[in-house]
Every structure is written in C-alpha cells, then in structure tokens.
Design a protein around this ligand. Structure first.
Ligand code: PSU
Ligand code: MN
Length: 307
C-alpha cells in the first residue's frame, strides 16, 4: 500500500491542494484532551470559521476508521469533542491506531505529520508541547519538538505554557535547528502571557515575511518545520505571577496523583482551568482564534509565493 491509501482528504481540501489554495491544518487533541466538553464544540466549529474568514481552508485532522482524516465533517468534529474512546495520538501511536481501527485525536506532532503527508504547510494550534519541568530527571520531552525538527510544517502557536520548562524547550529547539520566530514580538510568549522572559530568534513584522522564510528554508532543502510564536492579544492576557501560582498548584496535584507520561499535559490543562474557574479557558479560546487568523494570513501569503 502507498501512504496515500491511508489518507482521507475531503473534496474541498483535495481541490485546494491541487490548485494551490491556502490551507491551514488544525489539531484535534486540543479538542479531545485540551478543552472541556461541551465548550469545545463551539470552538471546534468557530476556529474553522476564523480560518475561512481570513481566506484559507481549514483542515482539522484526526484518526477515524483506519484513516488519517484531513478535514472533518460536523459530526466528526463533534465526535472528537465528545472524546468517548478517543485516544491521544502522538507519532508513536499512529500506526497502531490505523492498523487496529481506533479513534484518535492528533497532537501537534501527529498533525504536522499528517499535514506534511498531504502537502499542507501551515498549522495553527494553541501551544506546543515541550520539555517538561523536571525533565532532567523524568526525560519527559514532548514528541512535538522532534516533529518540528524533522517535518516541514510551520506551526503557529502562542508559545508554550509554563507547565513546561520554557528555557529548556527553547534550548532543545535551537539544538534541533528549529527556527523560532516571534510574530510582531521580541519575546517568546508563555501562552496566557505575552512574555515569558525569554527572547525569540527573530521578530517578524508580518505574514509575508513568515511566508518568505518558510519558502527559503524549504527551497534550501533544510529539514524540519518552524515555530511561529504569536502572543495572546493584550486584552485577554492573564497576570504572569498569578498563572505561575496556578501552574505550580496544578503541578503539585499531578505529583500527588502520580500522573506521568502522556496523561501529564491533559491533566495539567484540566486542573489549570478548574483552579482559575474557567478564566484561563476564556483566554485559551481567544489565543487559539488569534493563532488561526495569523496562520491563515501566512497560508495566504505562502500560496501567493508559490503561484
Ligand atoms: N499544550 C496546550 N494545549 C494542548 C496541548 C499542549 O496548551 O492542547 C496538547 C497538544 O496537542 C500537544 C500535546 O501536541 O498536548 C502535547 O502533549 P505531550 O506533552 O504529551 O507531548
Ligand atoms: Mn510527555
């Protein structure tokens, strides 16, 4: 079998791929394991509207019925949001889920992989996974970082949460040769906060510059993707010290409950939402919409360059 036999691409996206129209990939782990039901249903649909309004075509990915799905129907989006018997699928899980016909939500790593197989070059998410705090002991480093190192997709995200060790995450990305570009910022954003205290490699002024950097990197045959770090809009930003306290509390709870491995990130996300009584969730939604808008602008510019 050819890898294409495993792909199930909607007609709209297939046509867009053939005619070089802008497409933005979206992940489903953010739906199934990153946001609560039923609030995630509105998000799943609305984020696709944001992409369309900016002139691109949304391509939410998932593993359903033994296929790598690119573009989900409304029912399939709802299935991922309900998340009953929907696993969290990172790169290592992909073949097993396909071969055993399990339903899986795609992480950043897996969404990049699927997007790349289909020829989609831009992907919008909330935040990426990275090097966890305490990783020097646990070795808990998200597969997202290796994917950024090897798979040619530009990921637009609001940096990463400080559930991670942001400094080590940036060191890892540097070692792996992954460009970290700040979208209209000198500061690497910390998800809920516009600044993490760490810098980015380059502050890029606009979507066109992002598209040019993508094209240049891949023209040169340089392996891997890039991270385009887009800060949360100022009006939705949360206080850094407050969020540090919340995150530390969530980390303590995870330790007490003996959480580790792939359960760690979903556990922390759910508890951060609870501790902040949903305030953090409102910010989470807004930054994800904003990432979808910026990713769409970049996809539009990238499509123009490749005409
Ligand atoms: N960080 C968030 N929200 C998320 C995730 C990370 O703020 O929803 C999800 C993404 O799908 C990401 C995954 O790819 O968690 C990382 O999981 P892990 O740390 O197990 O690699
Ligand atoms: Mn992990």
């Amino acid at each position: 079998m050819n890898y294409k036999d495993y792909l199930s691409i909607t007609d709209e996206i297939q046509e867009a791929l053939e005619s070089g129209k802008p497409i933005v990939a979206l992940e489903s782990t953010i739906l199934s394991h990153g946001m609560p039901f039923p609030e995630n249903v509105e998000f799943a649909h609305k984020v696709e509207v944001v992409v369309r309004e900016a002139g691109a075509i949304p391509a939410t990915t998932a593993i359903i019925g033994g296929k790598l799905k690119i573009g989900l129907t409304s029912d399939e989006l709802d299935l991922m949001c309900k998340a009953e018997n929907v696993g969290k699928v990172s790169r290592r899980d992909v073949a097993t889920y396909l071969a055993t016909n399990q339903t899986g939500a795609t992480t950043v790593a897996t969404t990049m992989l699927i997007a790349s197989l289909a020829g989609i070059k831009v992907f919008a998410t909330g935040g990426i996974g990275g090097v966890h705090r305490g990783a020097t002991e646990t070795m808990d480093i998200s597969a997202d970082l290796q994917e950024l190192a090897h798979t040619p997709v530009a990921v637009v995200g609001a940096g990463c949460k400080s559930i991670l060790d942001i400094g080590l995450t940036l060191e890892y990305l540097e070692t792996m040769g992954v460009p970290v570009l700040g979208y209209q910022t000198d500061d690497f954003p910390a998800f809920y906060c516009r600044k993490s205290g760490f810098g980015v490699d380059y502050n890029i002024p606009d979507a066109q510059t992002a598209a040019k950097i993508m094209k240049t990197k891949w023209d040169l045959g340089l392996e891997g993707g890039m991270l385009i770090a887009n800060p949360i809009p100022a009006e939705y930003e949360l206080d850094y010290d407050y969020m540090e306290k919340v995150i530390n509390e969530a980390l303590e709870m995870a330790k007490k409950d003996g959480i580790h491995g792939k359960a760690t990130t979903p556990y922390l996300l759910a508890h951060i939402k609870d501790i902040t009584s949903g305030v953090s969730f409102a910010s989470n939604l807004q930054l994800a919409y904003h990432n979808a808008k910026v990713a769409s602008d970049i996809a539009v510019e990238f499509a123009k360059l490749n005409k």
